[in-house]
Design a protein. Structure first.
Length: 316
């Protein structure tokens, strides 16, 4: 590994995704920072930073994925430790932003937890956030510090182009994902279709009808998050029932909770392509799921931020 020229850039990891952090550090050309995360017998988290970071620009890699609250608390304590150890800047690299789906008041007396998380990170002492495919882009406005939101579509589109699929149609599983589907379709030079559905209650999706021509085509469903996989598998089954030749799917964040793996296994989806913003546990590593790495993208963003270069070029 060729060493990065500036020793003031430090990359640390916590417990949510250490393999991604190692990959990012290797791409940049630095060693991972030395730190430890332990717990007292009552569950309290203790963090020790085991090297000097005085005057350094520190990048902490931590997705707030399952267990969300544990990983969020680790991150807040780490930020406080870095601040008290005189880090120059504390940059949070959060590939997956937990609580992003609680971004507005849909009913009376509901919290806006995505805003609360932003407040917690800033109050703890974060200088910047680098993230990937926020569920709601307006979450950037919940912060009063810079937020760089990277996008996963270029990584996904490169993979699909390499497969050489014929007669593609890109499908959004709902109206809210049309912009994302359009970005992928533009890259693949393909038309789009939309699945019109209503959701009677959380985590339960009911497919209604399909807008667009999918007859005899290879459909690629795209979403930002696949959680219980109800939406994506119902959508895939509906596409086949309405004449699609075969169905593939992709997403940036593979939450894959509860019945997700069983649903994907028994669905009409031929292949589900995901990124490693959230690590796949052993039981989730099935033949149908193909993971792609976001490490090259994130490491390039870190270098550009550190060297005061434009990050917007990475959006293309």
């Amino acid at each position: 590994m060729a060493g990065y020229k500036d020793s003031s850039l430090k990359v640390f990891t916590l417990n949510s995704n250490p393999s991604l952090a190692e990959e990012i550090a290797a791409h940049i050309g630095v060693e991972l920072g030395k730190s430890s995360v332990t717990a007292f017998s009552d569950g309290e988290i203790q963090i020790n930073i085991e090297e000097s970071i005085r005057g350094c620009d520190v990048y902490v890699v931590q997705s707030t994925s399952e267990p969300v609250n544990q990983h969020l608390m680790e991150l807040l304590i780490m930020i406080d430790a870095l601040k008290r150890a005189s880090a120059k800047t504390i940059n949070i690299v959060m590939p997956y932003y937990g609580y992003a789906r609680q971004d507005r008041k849909a009913r009376a007396r509901e919290p806006i937890t995505a805003k609360l998380v932003a407040d917690l990170l800033q109050t703890a002492g974060a200088s910047r956030v680098i993230t990937l495919d926020l569920h709601a882009p307006q979450i950037q406005g919940f912060f009063d510090i810079p937020v760089d939101q990277l996008v996963g579509v270029p990584i996904l589109s490169d993979y699909w182009r390499g497969k050489g699929l014929d007669d593609i149609v890109v499908v959004s599983p709902d109206h809210g994902g049309v912009t994302r589907a359009r970005h992928l379709a533009d890259r693949l030079k393909a038309p789009i279709a939309i699945i019109d559905k209503r959701r009677p209650r959380p985590n339960v999706a009911e497919v209604m009808n399909i807008v667009g021509n999918i007859e005899g085509k290879t459909a690629i469903l795209i979403d930002d998050i696949i959680d219980t996989a109800g939406t994506i598998t119902l959508g895939a089954n509906a596409l086949i029932e309405n004449g699609a030749k075969e169905v593939y799917a992709c997403c940036t964040h593979p939450v894959l909770s509860g019945p997700a793996i069983d649903r994907i296994n028994s669905s009409k989806i031929k292949e589900l392509v995901v990124t490693n913003t959230i690590p796949l546990k052993d039981e989730k590593q099935i033949d149908k799921i193909t993971p792609l790495s976001v490490a090259p993208l994130i490491s390039e963003a870190i270098i550009r931020v550190h060297e005061l270069q434009s990050v917007s070029i990475l959006f293309d």
